[in-house]
Structures are given as C-alpha cells and as structure tokens.
Design a protein around this ligand. Structure first.
Ligand SMILES: Cc1cc2nc3c(=O)[nH]c(=O)nc-3n(C[C@H](O)[C@H](O)[C@H](O)COP(=O)(O)OP(=O)(O)OC[C@H]3O[C@@H](n4cnc5c(N)ncnc54)[C@H](O)[C@@H]3O)c2cc1C
Length: 394
C-alpha cells in the first residue's frame, strides 16, 4: 500500500503549487488527478497566454462571505513571489493592462514551471487516477483509489470548482467537505456572460454580435467596473460584464453607462448648438461604430437633426446612453464560466493553514473554497497563495 505523508487530490493550479512547496520542505507528496493531464485550466487560461497574476492584487479583489479569510495567505505568498518564480525560470511575460501579467508566449510556460518544480522536489504525480472513498484512519486518512488503497497523514482537497466540466471540473471537493461535516455555501457561476431573452434586447445584441464598446461602466448591487463590453448572439460578454456577473443575482438590474468619460447632457447640447443640422445617428457614429449608432438610433431613439430635439428629449437620450438598464435572463452557466462562486465555508477552515476546523489533517485550497477573485489574474494568485499556505503545514 502506498503511504505518502501527503496526498493532494487535484493537479490544477493550487494542487501543483501545494505539491511542489510541500515536497521542497521534505514531505513525501502524492499528487493525483482524474484527468489525463495536469493543469488543464492553466493551459486554457488567458486566451492561451495565462494571466498568471496581477501586480495590484489585494484582498479587495476577492469575493467571499468572509472577506478577511484570504488576507493572511495572500500576504504570505504575494504576486511578487510568483513573479520571482516566473523570472527564475526565464519565462517572458508582459503587463497587458490594469496590472494583469500574461506570458509572452503560451500558458504551457506556466504549467512547465510548476511541473519542473514538482519533479525537482520529488512529487509523485499520478494522472488518470480516481478516488472512490475517503475515511478517517487512526493517523490521518485512508483512500480507496484506482491505484489501490492509500494512507496519508495530510489530505489536501484541490479539486477546484464546477466551471467547465470538460476540463475536469467536478463537485468532488464539495462532497468530501460535506462528508467531514463542513457547511457549503451555495455555488453559482461567476465571471460569465449574460444571456438575454427580451426580444428587443436580443435582436439588438444579435445584430451587434461581435461588436465591442470600450470602457463602459457596468454597475450592479453597488459594484462598478469600467472595462469593455461585447455584444454576443446570446447577450452580453466582455471583461466588464464578466466582472459584474460575480455580483449579479437572478432578477437584479444591471446598469450600463456606454460613455462614462463624456458629460453626455453637456455634449448633446454642445452638438445641438454647433451642428444643428447633423443627425443624432451621424454624431453617435463618430463615437460608436456606424452600425451600432444606426441600430441604437433605430431601437432607442428616432434619429433626426439635432436642432429638432427638445431639451427634454436630449435629457432622455443622455439618460438612456449613460444608464442603460437591463435585467439579464440568466448567465451562460458553468459551461463557459471562468469560476465558481461559493463553496466550502471559510469560517470552518483556518486562514493560516487552510486546515479544516472540523477534521484535523484535512486541507482545502484554491477555488473549492468560498474565495473568488475578480477577472485579471486574481484567481490564480489565490490558487498559488492558498496552495503555498497549506504546504507549510501538511
Ligand atoms: C477558460 C478559463 C480561463 C481562465 N483564465 C484565467 C486567467 O487567465 N487568470 C486567472 O487568474 N484565472 C483564470 N481562470 C480561473 C482559474 O483557472 C481557476 O480559478 C484556477 O484554475 C483554480 O485553481 P484550482 O487548483 O483550485 O482548480 P483547478 O485549476 O480547476 O484544478 C482542479 C483539478 O482537480 C481535478 N479534479 C477535479 N475533480 C477531481 C476528482 N474527483 N478526482 C481527481 N481530480 C479531480 C481537475 O481535473 C483539475 O485538474 C480561468 C478559468 C477558465 C475556466
């Protein structure tokens, strides 16, 4: 029977970081995954270039029912620690924007770093390996797996969330948490596009599908993000929409300011004074694409020469463009979501060690916990930081 000191289930971002760090401390580590490849989400991430961290990472970039939980781990393994690891391996990277660091080449550079470190530290990595049962043993845990029975002192659950089942996601971590007496907070898809069913809105989005509008302010439930939005066949996507989706609950209204950098009432009055014979859609075509200006004019306003608008009409136009209110029908769900909100309640896990407060020797790291980052490299930073924290104690 294999008896490593530490078994880690899930060879994703958090599991790999935890394995390499614990093994470097001299612990014997078995890292197993039911998938045929480690780190599939790392490979898919950042459009193939892995947005591996964010230079401005801080606790305020994370959602959790217990917002203080992430602070300790994030402080003990920072973005600068991960950047140093990337630099040590000579992997080239760049800041895309807003502190988001991406590989110059491809995501496999990041996976390569983690696999190299695991190999050097002597991690026993087993893929295509499933776990059927886990029980408490006299000292630690006993697992029944496709490798046979395993015994370990410390068991780390790094199985991630529910998003993108085709990349190996499963609810296994939640099942284990429940088995050992943990509360689960309701899970839902985060960083995910919205779908729309209102026929008029749907037509607008379908006709504009593929069009992106830069730097819109998207708000919901007291949160706002200024970033691009993208019209899709199903509804709305783009970074600002993905960010706000994590704060949205079914039935909530989302407000979109399409031109947050322009004082619209003032701009419209100025256009009326200076270009009285120009049509509204012509002027809007200088800001948006011509197609979008035409469609907005058709769906939202009757376009006519500026001099024909009353002050009240101009005010209404400004309001529509700066506070477009819509109620999404839903989201695209786990099929396309980048993350899962909710999960293992952090109030029952030590923020210092990531150890269960219910079952000694059991640890939870990464996305399986109720800690979800904003878009921009924060989710990987949480995986690295929580994996590193647990590795000091397993
Ligand atoms: C398309 C996409 C792009 C993304 N891009 C970025 C980005 O650029 N930057 C960023 O910060 N975040 C990004 N994310 C989010 C990020 O990938 C996750 O937050 C992060 O991978 C979570 O790490 P984890 O180790 O907790 O879980 P995962 O990386 O999901 O790893 C979990 C592992 O557990 C394994 N597993 C699951 N169930 C079992 C089981 N029953 N038995 C054995 N093994 C199991 C899985 O196969 C998987 O290998 C992206 C996510 C997606 C889906």
């Amino acid at each position: 029977m294999l008896s490593p000191q530490v078994v880690i289930i899930g060879a994703g971002a958090a599991g790999l970081m935890c394995a390499m760090t614990a093994a470097a401390r001299g612990r014997s580590v078995l890292l197993l995954d039911h998938a045929n490849k480690a780190g599939k989400k790392i490979l898919m991430s950042g459009g193939g270039r892995c947005n591996f961290t964010n230079m401005y990472c801080e606790p305020g970039n994370f959602l959790s029912h217990n917002p203080h939980f992430c602070k300790s781990a994030l402080a003990r393994f920072t973005q600068w620690d991960f950047i140093a690891l990337v630099a040590k391996h000579g992997v080239p990277y760049h800041e895309k924007k807003l502190g988001q660091l991406f590989c110059d080449n491809k995501s496999s550079d990041i996976l390569g770093i983690l696999l190299d470190e695991c190999q050097q530290a002597g991690v026993d990595l087993r893929l295509d390996t499933s776990v059927s049962t886990i029980e408490r043993a006299e000292k630690g845990y006993r697992l029944t797996t496709s490798l046979g029975e395993l015994n370990c002192e410390s068991l780390v659950i790094a199985t991630g969330g529910l998003s993108i089942p085709t990349l190996g996601a499963s609810g296994f971590g939640y099942q284990i948490a429940r088995q050992f007496g943990h509360e689960l907070l309701p899970t839902r898809a985060g960083l995910v596009p919205f779908t729309l069913t209102d026929p008029q809105l749907k037509t607008l989005c379908t006709e504009l599908s593929g069009t992106s509008v830069e730097d819109c302010r998207v708000s919901c439930n007291g949160q706002s993000f200024v970033e691009n939005i993208l019209f899709t066949h199903r509804g709305l996507s783009g970074p600002a929409i993905l960010q706000i989706s994590s704060y949205w609950q079914p039935g909530d209204t989302v407000s979109i300011d399409l031109l947050p950098h322009i004082d619209l009432p003032e701009w419209l009055l100025e256009q009326q004074r200076e270009r009285p014979s120009s049509e509204l859609k012509t002027l809007m075509g200088e800001i948006f694409t011509k197609k979008m200006a035409g469609l907005l004019a058709e769906h939202w306003f009757a376009s006519k020469p500026m001099k024909q608008y009353t002050a009240a009409e101009l005010k209404a136009i400004a309001e529509r463009l700066s506070d477009w209110q819509l109620v999404p029908a839903g989201t695209e769900g786990y099929r396309t979501a980048e993350v899962t909100l909710g999960g293992v309640d952090t109030r029952e896990v030590s923020s210092k060690t990531m150890e269960s407060l219910k079952s000694p020797g059991l640890y939870f790291i990464g996305e399986v916990l109720d800690v979800t980052g904003h878009l921009g490299g924060f989710n990987f930073q949480w995986a690295w930081a929580s994996g590193y924290a647990a590795a000091q104690y397993v």
